[in-house]
Write a protein that binds this ligand. Structure first.
Ligand SMILES: Cc1ncc(COP(=O)(O)O)c(C=O)c1O
Length: 402
């Protein structure tokens, strides 16, 4: 096995070669075959597959075929993913762990917290956390933790003050997802983090429904941990995620859910002790998910050619058009109209969300559902025409909207 330093040297023939795609809407549609035969508004579940991401998987397979184990190149690809995530979050590679899922990163965080009964053992979670965050929090009850839920106001929002009321000197961790996967509400993470930090608690912002579609400066967001993955707005597939960890809290955290890629020197292969890496790599785990990394680096590259601020402005405008159209037909839009209080996801109340999604799918209009809501999630490859096609489909199914 080579020198660890080798993994950082530039490698020729890397999985992504920028071709200057750029742009939004019509300018990028040709890259996504599904758009030729579907009105695809489902990025909150899975971003559309691009030629670039498909080619990255093929490159991985071709390299395997030709050269067998391209071990050092694979490790370099993991570092490319780390650097890509760092760029996305306006952070440094040393602040980023490369994970296989949000669950892996959240488990590692929780495993580093002692939750002693009678001590700092509370986990405060919003009602909008994804199941993995809520369920991992409740799993910590077996280790002495107590979980406190922060519920929404009647208008569906969860203001920072509601978090502040739930946080006290017993709080170890506050989980406030950046964008609700259920309603599209955006949390005021900075204000929540301020309240948490005043009580000495750490903050986790699961940003899966934000990353790639809205600008995230991890440090400015205010949380201590920012996590997400590549399935949705990052345009790749399952099996790859990131965990940004604020440098100031790193030294005090020793994850007990770990793996050999979290070691201070993976090539020493020393089994006599636990000595995690000094950087956020201590939140890595086992062998990196190499095929997914090829795809993830390609998806990130595609997105960065346009740039997240441009994507955010485009999706924001599509969503304004959508919300205005829905309001015009008297539908109940669950997501706030104010662009500052929403992200890329728009939810509208349905009388039978499953029937509505199935009926739209018959016309190849692809959306999804959660609870009683239809979820519409545009990306940079969508156009005004896509929104109008959906609005037309919904007008003809007005009886399925509340
Ligand atoms: C907000 C949010 N968090 C987490 C996840 C997924 O978590 P994991 O990567 O552990 O499957 C999703 C969607 O799949 C999500 O929407």
């Amino acid at each position: 096995m080579g020198n660890p330093g080798d993994m950082l040297k530039p490698v020729t023939g890397a999985a992504t070669t920028a071709t200057g795609l750029g742009g939004v809407g019509e300018a990028v549609r040709g890259e996504f075959p599904i758009l030729a035969h579907a009105t695809y508004l489902n990025a909150c579940s899975q971003g559309a597959l691009s030629h670039r991401v498909r080619a990255a998987y093929e490159e991985y397979l071709a390299g395997w075929d030709e050269n067998g184990a391209e071990w050092e190149f694979w490790v370099e690809r993991a570092e490319a993913a780390r650097a890509g995530f760092a760029e996305l979050l306006h952070g440094e590679p040393d602040e980023v762990a490369v994970t296989t899922s949000v669950s892996q990163g959240v488990n590692a965080i929780m495993s580093a917290l002692p939750f002693e009964r009678g001590g700092r053992n509370r986990i405060v979670i919003s009602e909008y956390e994804f199941p993995t965050v809520g369920q991992i929090a409740h799993a910590q009850e077996l280790r002495g933790a107590e979980v406190v839920h922060v519920r929404p106001e009647p208008d569906g929002s969860i203001p920072a003050e509601k978090f502040a009321e739930a946080i006290d000197e017993r709080t170890a961790l506050v989980c406030c997802t950046t964008i609700s996967y259920r309603t599209g509400h955006r949390h005021d993470v900075a204000a929540i983090a301020e309240a948490a930090h005043a009580q000495g608690a750490l903050v986790l912002a699961d940003s899966y429904q934000a990353a790639g579609a809205i600008e995230i400066d991890a440090r400015a967001l205010g949380a201590d941990f920012v996590t997400g993955g590549t399935v949705k707005y990052l345009l790749a597939s399952s099996g790859l995620g990131f965990l940004w960890v604020r440098g100031e809290v790193l030294a005090g955290l020793m994850p007990t859910q770990t793996g050999w890629f979290a070691d201070e020197d993976i090539f020493r292969m020393d089994i006599s002790d636990y000595s995690p890496h000094a950087t956020a790599r201590r939140f890595d785990a086992g062998t990196p998910p190499v095929p997914n990394i090829y795809a993830g680096v390609a998806g990130l590259g595609l997105l960065q050619e346009t740039g997240v601020p441009t994507v955010e402005a485009h999706v924001g405008a599509l969503n304004t058009r959508l919300i205005e159209g829905l309001s015009g037909m008297g539908a109940t839009v669950v997501t706030p109209a104010n662009p500052a209080r929403r992200g890329p996801l728009v939810c509208v109340r349905s009388t039978d969300a499953a029937a509505l999604v199935a009926s739209l799918a018959e016309e190849r209009i692809v959306c999804s559902l959660r609870d009683a809501n239809l979820r519409v999630a545009a990306h940079f490859y969508n156009t005004d025409d896509d929104i109008d096609t959906l609005l037309d489909g919904l007008t003809r199914r007005r009886h399925l909207l509340a």
